[in-house]
Design a binder for this molecule. Structure first.
Ligand code: CA
Length: 636
């Protein structure tokens, strides 16, 4: 977010942009960018807001804007909803459409999904279902030095679940299905507009997904994925208590691996597994009524997402420039599949290279070779990787490893992998764990400081460059003038429903809430009413230790109004980020989702003015800042 804007969409050649830049945004409270600047969402969830609808509305508006100025100019749009990435957020009535539909469990659902795939002609009749946990339970297969199989990457059989777990997991699937269906409806609204305006006939529409279903919910799924990012284990009992909130604005949810596996039917595994079809095989829909004669037909050529761009160039007869604005363009890595749109028997691509998070694979002429090296496992020792070989032409669902029967072919594919690793810059291999990747420092525009000064009426500050209060002492001091006893609203806020902290004035009193991962709402309030006038409002956290089991910091939070201590309590602060994307630090309002249920976002500060907010992480006690506070009080 703080990176060079040349890498943002407008820097890459788009004329307009609306959407989110970081991964995994909240669908109720998205981290919105318009063109080259952050913007607040146009409405709140209780007013019916959802990102998918907002994107469809904006897509229609952008095309109308372009057509009003120059109706003859063609347009290109990359419509990128958050669906079906986590968090799975959708209106309850859309999730309720699927009530009871997943009660039979994932193994049974896979059978009916495969039957339907065959009926639709998407897969040959002899395709078999890949087995559950193809490499065993977590203690089944180990790394070259005895490392365990990753705890997250296995499926708990449906029969082994308790009734409560079945109820919880089935609801997670209902929410996901509702999310997909609702977003499909919103994309449909955009297509309806193209039809009504006479544009659909000559518009090429390509629909792709970027990977298989995600296994990041782990074997138990999650109500609040931020717990995973904070390395705090999920708790089925805790999640059950909040089953009715799943998918709603207070959740940040993800289904469990059983559903990821089922929604990748008939393939093994899920997203991140670059060597297994469950990680990489996706549907691709292409429509162009004026340019493609076929209607409702299926194709089974091997193509890859990188083939879409050269196909569009090919269909439009566009020769991409070798040099653009003085920059020599990187070679296009895909191949056009335009011929297959007219001819079902046209040849598909012969070879495709894969490498991700330590796992390697190569597809070549119907065969797939891959390493048995789970992603993010930290197993290392790539020279001791076990290779598998599958004949996808005959075994589409990758169920029979035939490496022992075809050693020469396997060696040929391994050689090809090494060759293409050179061509596509696939070296060095990297299988750091998730924690190692997240904790690796990234380039910062400025060195971390001891104190940060923030002002009202400014954009959100992304967490990656905001003051870091994790696992340490901090002081938040807000200088503000209250014009009357009715003044209220947020002075300082960072984070939201899934974790965050907020300093605000409400009911004539000062309040501080530390929301620990959406579960522990720790609130400290002043007793006496605040007198109108100029004040410094301070929340000071003095760390005293570490909480066992969660790695959270424990300590004392003290509230001050000017020099007077007005409240104090023991609290715990969470060990990791408040959010992966969005819900940044904001002054004079709580942007995106609310940290505290005491108010609805953005709850702007009214009835007074905020001068500035200083956040100090030097570890010094509040009274050491008194000089500065006095300086503010002395100002007119
Ligand atoms: Ca917020």
């Amino acid at each position: 977010m703080s990176s060079w804007k040349g890498r943002w969409p407008l820097g890459r050649g788009f004329e307009r942009f609306y959407g989110f830049l970081g991964g995994e945004t909240n669908q109720w409270y998205p981290d919105l960018i318009e063109d080259n600047h952050p913007v607040d969402q146009p409405a709140q969830p209780d007013e019916g807001y959802h990102l998918s609808a907002d994107l469809a509305d904006t897509a229609i508006r952008y095309v109308r804007d372009a057509k009003a100025v120059n109706p003859d100019k063609p347009w290109y749009m990359y419509f990128c909803p958050g669906c079906a990435h986590a968090p799975h957020h959708v209106f309850k009535e859309w999730a309720d459409r699927y009530a009871g539909r997943f009660d039979e469990g994932y193994e049974a659902i896979r059978e009916s999904i495969l039957a339907r795939q065959k009926e639709l002609g998407l897969l040959p009749d002899d395709v078999e279902l890949s087995p559950i946990n193809p490499h065993g339970e977590p203690d089944g297969i180990t790394g070259p030095d005895g490392q365990p199989w990753p705890q997250l990457d296995f499926v708990r059989p449906w029969d082994s679940l308790s009734d409560d777990e079945k109820r919880l997991f089935a609801r997670m699937a209902e929410v996901f299905a509702g999310f997909v269906t609702y977003t499909d409806y919103e994309i449909g609204r955009f297509l309806d507009y193209l039809e009504e305006s006479g544009q659909l006939e000559n518009t090429i529409v390509v629909v792709v997904s970027d990977n298989g279903s995600s296994g990041e919910g782990g074997p138990n799924g999650s109500f609040n994925e931020n717990k995973f990012f904070n390395n705090v284990p999920d708790d089925v009992e805790e999640n059950l208590k909040r089953i009715d909130e799943l998918g709603g604005p207070t959740s940040y949810n993800h289904y469990n691996t059983g559903w990821a596996w089922a929604f990748d039917t008939p393939f093994p595994y899920w997203k991140r597994f670059a060597g297994y079809e469950g990680g990489t095989a996706d549907m691709c829909l292409v429509s162009w009524p004026a340019g493609i004669a076929a209607r409702g037909e299926t194709r089974d050529q091997y193509v890859h997402a990188v083939d879409v761009v050269p196909t569009v160039y090919d269909l439009l007869d566009v020769e991409p420039p070798a040099v653009l604005k003085g920059f020599t363009q990187a070679p296009i890595e895909g191949e056009s599949f335009a011929a297959s749109l007219a001819d079902a028997d046209a040849p598909g691509r012969e070879t495709q290279f894969y490498s991700m998070l330590g796992m390697r694979a190569l597809y070549h002429q119907g065969w797939l070779a891959n390493t048995l090296h789970p992603p993010l496992s930290g197993w290392g020792s790539f020279d001791r990787d076990v290779w598998e070989l599958y004949n996808l032409a005959e075994d589409r669902s990758q169920t029979k490893n035939v490496a022992a029967e075809h050693p020469e072919r396997l060696e040929e594919l391994k050689e090809l992998w090494s060759y293409y690793a050179g061509v596509y810059k696939g070296m060095p291999l990297d299988d750091r764990s998730a924690l190692e990747i997240i904790s690796t420092p990234r380039p910062q525009p400025t060195e971390p400081r001891d104190r940060y000064v923030y002002y009202p009426h400014t954009a959100d500050v992304p967490e990656s460059v905001a003051v870091n209060v994790r696992r340490r002492s901090y002081t938040i001091a807000a200088g503000a003038t209250l014009d009357s006893a009715e003044a209220e609203g947020v002075l300082f806020a960072h984070g939201g429903v899934g974790g965050g902290h907020s300093l605000y004035v409400q009911g004539g009193r000062l309040h501080y809430v530390y929301n620990w991962l959406g579960e522990r709402i720790q609130k400290i309030s002043s007793e006496a009413e605040i007198e109108p006038g100029k004040h410094v409002f301070t929340a000071e956290f003095q760390k005293t230790g570490d909480e066992e089991g969660t790695g959270s910091a424990e300590g004392t939070l003290t509230l001050y109004i000017d020099d007077d201590e007005v409240g104090s309590a023991e609290i715990a602060t969470q060990p990791g980020f408040f959010a992966l994307t969005g819900d940044g630090l904001s002054i004079g309002r709580d942007s995106a989702s609310p940290v505290s249920a005491d108010y609805a976002s953005p709850y702007p500060f009214t009835g007074g003015t905020i001068d500035r907010v200083i956040v100090d992480v030097s570890g010094d006690h509040y009274v050491d800042h008194e000089k500065e506070v006095l300086a503010y009080l002395a100002r007119d």
